[in-house]
Design a protein around this ligand. Structure first.
Ligand SMILES: Cc1cc2nc3c(=O)[nH]c(=O)nc-3n(C[C@H](O)[C@H](O)[C@H](O)COP(=O)(O)OP(=O)(O)OC[C@H]3O[C@@H](n4cnc5c(N)ncnc54)[C@H](O)[C@@H]3O)c2cc1C
Length: 300
């Protein structure tokens, strides 16, 4: 276990913004996590920081990052269930990067994780957010989630988790320590082809060359947040070092030297203007923590 004091989120988050985390604890195993959790059950989780915003003034309290044993993978069972009769139950630790998970599953010829291709977070973050893409969402392949909550360590079956669009449905204060995936041997080649085409499309349509958090707002039913933000003339809008991307209006990018306040100002202007002009109230996808001036956050 390693404890970093006043460690800036800007060193860890994808946006490269955000002030000091008072106490960032890098936790290697379940015993250490249980001890840290007992000390502060209100702790926050830092996955890969790809969907997180904290103020420039920073965040008080404990933030945990899962490392060490929380990055392991293994086959749990080849149980031959499912329509294709070749299901493989596969375990991945909550602190593992999706990219590493995909690479390890690909080495074994396992299909099912395509929806996480190009999502730059961790396994725990993917479940917490029910991450997904045009290829599906992680909820489609989760069998069970291991973690620790206010009542101690527990494994929750997928059927007991109300996972919805970009919502993991986790109990309050729950830390995902590992995930059981239900994968298949059939369909691997076909999935790889879909993933490749999908990644090419993303590269052409998203500003992946600049720091961002991906989509800032969820898509409203039957519409796209990016289309709405573009329709109110905000593509390219700048606030200090941050801007609403010219390439995809639901991305707010750090052009270099942006502050968290600059990013939040872009979030706010997009939300305000879309609501004023179109009547649609956008719901943020990004997770915002810490104390912000009431004039900018919460969005209400
Ligand atoms: C370039 C780019 C493209 C993106 N594209 C997509 C996309 O296509 N689809 C998509 O869904 N998302 C996308 N995202 C957003 C982001 O990658 C996902 O939301 C991802 O799942 C967040 O994971 P993380 O580990 O980075 O979590 P963080 O950003 O570190 O945290 C996000 C939330 O998850 C919680 N959390 C993290 N780990 C755990 C854990 N172990 N237990 C409990 N809670 C936890 C945190 O407390 C926080 O509330 C993109 C982001 C970027 C930067």
């Amino acid at each position: 276990m390693k404890i970093l004091q006043e460690e800036p989120l800007s060193r860890h988050g994808y946006w490269r913004v955000g002030g000091p985390l008072e106490r960032l604890v890098l936790v290697d195993d379940a015993a250490d996590l249980a001890a840290v959790y007992a000390e502060d059950p209100h702790l926050h989780l830092l996955g890969n920081g790809s969907n997180l915003l904290v103020p420039d003034a920073g965040l008080r309290g404990t933030v945990v990052k899962l490392v060490g044993a929380f990055r392991e993978t293994r086959i749990l069972a080849e149980d031959g269930l499912g329509p294709s009769g070749d299901t493989v139950r596969f375990y991945a630790g909550g602190g593992l990067l999706n990219a590493v998970l995909l690479a390890r599953a690909a080495k074994l010829g396992l299909a099912g994780l395509g929806p996480l291709a190009g999502v730059p977070g961790t396994v725990g973050g993917a479940v917490a957010m029910n991450a997904g893409t045009a290829l599906g969402e992680v909820a489609d392949v989760v069998d069970a989630v291991e973690g620790i909550g206010p009542d101690g360590p527990v494994t929750i079956a997928r059927a007991a988790l109300p996972m919805r669009y970009r919502e993991g449905g986790l109990p309050a204060g729950f830390v995902v320590t590992g995930v059981h995936f239900r994968l298949t041997r059939a369909g691997f080649e076909e999935e790889q082809a879909r993933v490749t085409a999908h990644l090419v499309r993303r590269k052409a349509t998203q500003p992946l060359d600049l720091p961002s958090c991906g989509s800032v707002f969820r898509n409203p039913p039957g519409d796209a947040a990016g289309r709405l933000i573009e329709s109110v003339g905000l593509k390219g809008h700048r606030e200090g070092g941050a801007a609403i991307s010219e390439r995809h209006a639901n991305f707010i990018v750090n052009l270099g030297g942006a502050s968290a306040a600059d990013v939040m100002a872009c979030v706010r202007v997009a939300w305000d203007r879309v609501r004023a002009v179109t009547g649609v109230t956008l719901v943020p996808e990004v997770h915002v923590l810490g104390d912000w001036p009431a004039s900018v956050w919460p969005l209400a």
